[in-house]
Design a protein around this ligand. Structure first.
Ligand code: AMP
Ligand code: ZN
Length: 113
């Protein structure tokens, strides 16, 4: 997808601090961390702009991203953490390529909105 920062990261056109990569997924640390541990998990292919695009054809891909997020959180030593996906501009979404934030390493705010 043209002009998508995460597609550019996948393509290696923009550097990132990679945490995990396989043929379908990439995880990398957020450039502007909101917690001591803050990384993003994305499907490499720009199939979904956000979670609102989930459907029967791509639900397995979405679930796979969550499975990797939980595994990486454990590998990072997190026992408590939050997985967030912002959906739409009013929710704070700025990159329209599905991604899950994984945040931890501190006591997280109980503010959900
Ligand atoms: P959202 O605002 O939920 O769409 O999340 C997008 C996230 O991508 C933000 O937390 C940004 O800090 C992060 N981000 C944007 N550009 C980069 C980049 N080049 N490398 C790592 N993270 C990035
Ligand atoms: Zn993209």
């Amino acid at each position: 997808m043209d002009n998508c920062v995460f597609c550019k990261i996948v393509a290696g056109e923009i550097p990132s601090k990679k945490l995990y990569e396989d043929d379908k997924y990439l995880a990398f640390f957020d450039i502007a961390p909101m917690a001591p541990v803050h990384f993003l998990v994305i499907p490499k292919q720009h199939i979904l702009t956000g979670i609102s695009d989930i459907n029967d054809d791509n639900a397995d891909l979405v679930a796979g991203a969550l499975k990797i997020a939980a595994r990486l959180a454990k590998e990072q030593g997190l026992t408590s953490y939050r997985i967030v996906t912002n959906c739409g501009p009013d929710a704070g979404q700025t990159v329209f390529h599905l991604h899950f934030h994984v945040l931890g390493g501190t006591t997280l705010s109980n503010q959900m909105a």
